[in-house]
Design a protein around this ligand. Structure first.
Ligand code: NAD
Ligand code: AKB
Length: 310
């Protein structure tokens, strides 16, 4: 049976720091093994560098891991600052996880993907799953490869690899890890602190987004979906709503009337410009009942409420 021993890689990141408590509450702490390459002040965490093949093998074998949520990655902006590291972690790290999963008969490997797989030639609105995926970032290139590699391991070896293309994720518990959509979280945090914000994207850079509770529910639903219902495997589009920095600024002014934003686009503007404005998530809805609960207004309201309580 799946979910007896669950390894989470990159568990100290934005998603992992919320997914680990969720998995622990569902399956029990003793069945969840959080791991990361960075030091985390939590005794449950194991040190694991996914680019180290032997350590990956050892940890999976020794703990009889049967399920993996593979979250270790280098995101879009950090990737542009260190393309070699992005390649090593996002491609070689995944390759190690897939090979070790095969060797150790792991039942399920979840590999989140991203809107970063799209590029400037992709249509902008309501982008379907099957479309032009010619990204211009190293992040996007490694993630296209990851989707394809995951699908190859499924087709060729029968490994149960599943993945979903997340949009920008909004959350308040842990800081985001070096992405282009991070601006939105930063802007909300600044507004709540009573400070103004200098935005690294232009006012009109529309991007698809989702609130963390919906992102967690989505990955759990896909992980638990019946195999026979899945026509797609590693590339499900999922998103909830889209907005621009200017729209977020004006929403925040409803709560903080004196809040202002200066716009000083940097290298991340090119990344944002290459990504779509909205996604078609209908396959996720049809094949595993993806249905996000939070819209834009509810997300901002909930973020503010929780950030104020900190
Ligand atoms: P994050 O950057 O917050 O966390 C990634 C974690 O991976 C970090 O804790 C980092 O220390 C760890 N890591 C880096 N190199 C490692 C290595 N060699 N070995 C082990 N761990 C290593 O990222 P996240 O937002 O939690 O993203 C998780 C997954 O979701 C990634 O695959 C990412 O592409 C995808 N995703 C995230 C978003 C988002 O907005 N957060 C959107 C789309 C897709
Ligand atoms: C990033 O901006 O790099 C991530 C993503 C959309 O993959 N948040």
């Amino acid at each position: 049976m799946t979910f007896e021993k669950i390894l989470v890689t990159g568990a100290g990141g934005q998603i992992g720091s919320e997914l680990v408590p969720l998995l622990s509450s569902i399956f029990g702490e003793e069945r969840v093994i959080p791991s990361d390459v960075k030091e985390i002040k939590d005794k449950r965490f194991k040190y694991l560098d996914v680019t180290d093949k032997n350590s990956v093998d050892l940890l999976i074998e020794k703990n009889k891991v049967d399920t993996i949520f593979h979250l270790a990655a280098i995101l879009s902006a950090s990737g542009e600052n260190n393309p070699e590291l992005a390649y090593r972690v996002n491609v070689e790290g995944l390759h190690n996880i897939l090979n070790s999963s095969l060797k150790n008969k792991v039942n399920l490997v979840m590999i989140p993907s991203t809107i970063g797989v799209f590029g400037p030639e992709t249509p902008k609105e309501n982008v379907p799953i099957e479309t032009i995926t010619r990204p211009t970032t190293i992040y996007g290139i490694t993630k296209v490869l990851a989707e394809q590699l995951g699908y190859y391991y499924y087709r060729r070896f029968g490994l149960n690899v599943r993945g979903l293309r997340y949009p920008g994720l909004l959350s308040y518990k842990s800081p985001p890890g070096g992405g282009t959509t991070d601006y939105a979280i930063e802007m909300i945090i600044k507004a709540v602190k009573g400070e103004n914000y200098s935005c690294f994207l232009r006012q009109n850079s529309k991007l698809p987004m989702m609130y963390m509770p919906d992102a967690l529910e989505a990955i759990m639903k896909l992980a638990e979906a019946e195999d026979k219902n899945l026509k797609h495997r590693t590339d499900f589009n999922v998103s909830s709503f889209s907005f621009t920095p200017a729209e977020l600024e004006s929403k925040l002014r409803e709560y903080y009337p004196s809040f202002t934003v200066n716009y000083n686009p940097d290298f991340r503007q090119n990344i944002a410009d290459s990504w779509p404005w909205s996604l078609d998530s209908s396959a996720a809805k049809k094949e595993w009942n993806f249905s996000p609960s939070f819209n834009f207004d509810q997300t901002v309201k909930d973020m503010i409420y929780n950030l104020k309580g900190r």
